[in-house]
Design a protein around this ligand. Sequence first.
Ligand SMILES: Nc1ncnc2c1ncn2[C@@H]1O[C@H](COP(=O)(O)OP(=O)(O)O)[C@@H](O)[C@H]1O
Ligand SMILES: [Mg+2]
Length: 502
Amino acid sequence: MRPPLASNADERAPAPLKGKKRHMFGRRQDYEEDRRDTRPVPAIGPAPTQADSVPPPPPPRPTASSDVRKADAYYDLKREVFSALVDIIDVSQLSRMPADQARAEIRDVLAEVVAAKKVAISTAEQHVLLEDVCDDVLGYGPLEPLLARDDIADIMVNGSNKIYIEVGGKIQETDIRFRDNAHLLSVCQRIVSQVGRRVDESSPVCDARLPDGSRVNVIAPPLAIDGATLTIRKFKKDKLTLDQLTRFGAISPEGAEILKIIGRVRCNVVISGGTGSGKTTLLNCLTNYIDADERIITCEDAAELQLQQPHVVRLETRPANLEGEGQVTMRELVRNCLRMRPERIIVGEVRGPEAFDLLQAMNTGHDGSMGTLHANSPREAISRMESMITMGGFSLPSKTIREMIASSVDVIVQARRLRDGSRRITHITELLGMEGDVPITQDLFVYEVVGEEPDGTIIGHHRSTGIGRPRFWERARYYGEEKRLAAALDAAERPPRAFGSA
Ligand SMILES: Nc1ncnc2c1ncn2[C@@H]1O[C@H](COP(=O)(O)OP(=O)(O)O)[C@@H](O)[C@H]1O
Ligand SMILES: [Mg+2]
């Protein structure tokens, strides 16, 4: 959970409305009275007699509210209220308050904006506006039922009336709809406001996070042509374990045993795979086997890993704010890690020049460091690392970079989502060193597809490649795990017991 953007914000907050003494919870420290836009807003409805007095308690929602909502001026005003709200209040705190209190805070800001802008608006209209802003700020509308389901991995909203979900590795369309694109955009607004951002034409792209940890990307018009597009990677509170992966057939029991040993004996591991192939899940599994006395530092774009060890420092990158400032990149985090006396460094996702720093960490005594990256095979993972470093502006000969990779990374674990939606660990591959200019790899364990059921289910099995002594054998011995490793490798050589003994 990100820390609140402002904590002791009350001191510098603007003077509240005349006669109001209540503290404004979560006010931003940097909010200044003069930042408020005081341009007049077109009037909607008849002007109340005392425009800047404190409104009386709101009457019930008027039945004609839908007419009120249709006016353009209404939406303009709503947008202004929303902007002011994001400026004045740390909206992420609002969602953590009791609903009544949050609503009262929003009502205060609304009253301030209406007063400051000298908007002519009736109490009834003000109430409708309050409800509307509250819905946007405190609820996710049509997405709520999808967010409540635990079996959904991703939610993909392509404009107001096309919503897809991923269940069991397969994408399916839902019958859920937003009222219109404006409604969808307001829900997007609500989501990104929690990280202190806005989406609009001037800043149409934003990454955010739901309070439950789910990762969200929003891209709005004009960049998204058919309406705001929202992608949510749902956060799974109960991460899958290696035993569960074994039960699902993602890996065989022997393969799982080998992975457990790799995690324990401090091999440097790169987990490679496509989007949604289960890389993060697998990384989380591997960290389960790290000894409890090791100091571990994790670097992530959005904290997803759930390490069970007591001695863990969790770091998170930070995107630039609205003014384009304050960004902290993954590279900066990883470099900083090195000054924190880590024993292992775990990088959630390696996408850029931080590859260099992770490899250096692996190479300089932080054995057992791990990271995931996007590639479709172990060999491709090696070239991905090379190109991430080359593109990062390091002017190193490519042979030097490859040597660095080959001497740092011990094992590449490949994850893959097959076309039937199932997720499998398809390779456990070792890096052996260089032969001339080329890094040499050796598969220990592979998944072989042998056929397909009439219903499209893929038939295959995991098998060992017959390597009796992997390169990390000595390491396993040092940690007293060589018997276990030998047993797992032996067992894996037996013909597969499951289906598909073709
Ligand atoms: N072997 C598996 N079997 C079934 N579901 C899986 C498996 N591995 C991962 N998942 C699920 O797939 C989704 C994506 O996994 P994740 O590890 O976040 O992918 P990645 O990091 O590669 O994008 C998650 O909801 C996760 O629980
Ligand atoms: Mg991931």
